[in-house]
Design a binder for this molecule. Structure first.
Ligand SMILES: Nc1ncnc2c1ncn2[C@@H]1O[C@H](COP(=O)(O)OP(=O)(O)OP(=O)(O)O)[C@@H](O)[C@H]1O
Ligand SMILES: [Mg+2]
Length: 417
């Protein structure tokens, strides 16, 4: 373990084990700001669709990303907030009820804990473990919509929670890889919950918003209604699926397909003139061929539409109450695809924006891009979890400058698991 020169208090580390890249961000709470002081990125090759499949390669990527960030920050760290994704993650909403036991029938912190325990006491299938118990709202007697019931008088206390579970072995593979790299996971956090922390505004969460983080191996979804999370899901399709389609469709290598997708790809085929041509290198010495750029766009559009339609299906299943009135926020590397917001507007018939992670102080510019939403969100989650941070500069956040920024983050990430 790396306890020789432990990081000073006030420092929080985010570690995102993405399918394509492992990224680490070290940040410190500095007066009115969260200041990024170290960043490290390493390509990932030990993960598939968000899950660790090769511990040794994952350990190497963690070491590289964290040591790069440590070198830049000039501190050695030990504890990290790590992200988790993968199709093994499942979620559901649950309710619990208890009788209020406090003096004068006022709800105490113990009652709040008891009611959340009651809500989480649903049977969890063998091999799964609870990752988060996220309170949505409390009711005291017949009064609903309460964020924090402590101090309110009543007889009956009810809680609605969003329960997130994941395969115990997947969690273990992450914590073991981190431990073998010489660090320790303080908490394993659902990746879309972290991404949401970095890119969503309080007003959006209150109105209802659906976050879609399109990564390389997975598409992570988090739906917020009335200020709290109501649905989350990890879909095992992402940017790499699109690249595979392009490689097969255009008969070219994977790396050329990736280059074409990122450099010339568009999510709306109709935007491209029919006569615009691309040169596509052949595989293993075969001749390059000229291909209509529109054909590339068609391949991309079909797959992206499929991914977005899977999310739309989830929203429809929730009924009219599940409509995110503030619309859709796209983030992750896949959100950088040209024309994707327009395609998503058509699929959802809702307003769509691409979510850039909120600006932090320090050297945050390097990571203020959609592929880093998760790692920056992990840092903000960690800061809120440790009650760090001061009052943000008004330019840095859209929430009220009178409220400590972490207060609002804590309100909706408060995890009572
Ligand atoms: N300009 C672009 N156009 C289209 N796709 C892009 C663009 N830039 C990056 N991507 C895609 O984004 C994906 C990587 O995104 P990201 O870094 O968010 O993934 P990750 O976090 O490593 O993976 P995951 O979250 O799925 O585990 C790659 O598939 C890449 O091709
Ligand atoms: Mg990711």
């Amino acid at each position: 373990m790396k306890a020789s020169n432990p990081a000073p208090t006030g420092i929080v580390v985010g570690l995102d084990l993405g399918t394509t890249k492992t990224s680490a961000v070290i940040a410190e709470a500095a007066g009115h700001q969260v200041k990024v002081i170290g960043v490290g990125v390493s390509p990932s090759s030990g993960l598939r669709r968000g899950m660790v499949i090769d511990v040794e390669m994952t350990v190497q990527a963690i070491r590289k990303a964290l040591s790069e960030a440590e070198l830049m920050a000039g501190v050695q760290v030990q504890f990290v907030y790590a992200g988790i994704s993968g199709e093994h993650v499942t979620s559901r909403n649950s309710r619990g009820v208890v009788a209020i036991s406090g003096n004068g029938s006022e709800v105490t912190a113990v009652d709040r804990e008891r009611v959340v325990d009651a809500a989480r006491a649903v049977s969890v299938e063998g091999g799964l473990q609870v990752l988060h118990v996220l309170p949505q709202e409390f009711s005291v007697d017949d009064r609903g919509g309460i964020r924090d019931p402590v101090g309110l008088a009543g007889v009956r206390l009810e809680a609605s929670v969003h329960l997130v579970t994941g395969a115990a072995t997947s969690v273990q593979n992450i914590t073991n890889s981190i431990a073998r790299a010489g660090y320790q996971a303080t908490e394993v956090v659902l990746a879309p919950l972290a991404s949401g922390t970095a890119v969503l505004d309080d007003d959006e969460r209150d109105m209802g918003v659906c976050l879609i983080d399109i990564g390389g191996g997975t598409t992570d979804v988090a739906l917020y209604l009335a200020g709290s999370i109501h649905h989350s899901r990890v879909i095992g399709l992402g940017g790499q699926t699109v690249t595979n389609d392009v490689a097969i469709g255009l008969r070219t290598s994977w790396s050329q397909a990736e280059r074409l997708k990122c450099g010339c790809g568009v999510a709306l085929a109709e935007r491209i003139e029919r006569d615009e041509m691309l040169e596509v290198p052949g595989v293993a010495g075969r001749q390059a061929q000229a291909v209509p750029r529109r054909h590339l766009a068609e391949i991309i559009e079909v797959r992206m539409e499929e991914i977005l339609a899977l999310v739309r299906g989830d929203l429809h299943r929730l009924g009219p109450g599940g409509r995110p009135n503030a619309g859709i926020v796209l983030t992750g590397g896949g959100a950088q695809l040209e024309g994707l917001a327009e395609l998503a507007e058509r699929v959802f018939d809702l307003p769509v924006r691409v979510g850039q992670p909120r600006r932090l102080g320090g050297m945050a510019d390097r990571v203020t891009h959609p592929p880093f939403a998760t790692v920056l969100g992990l840092v903000l989650y960690g800061m809120a979890d440790q009650h760090l941070g001061g009052v943000p500069e008004p330019s840095e956040t859209q929430s009220s400058p009178r409220t400590p920024w972490w207060q609002s983050v804590r309100d909706w990430i408060t995890d009572l698991s």
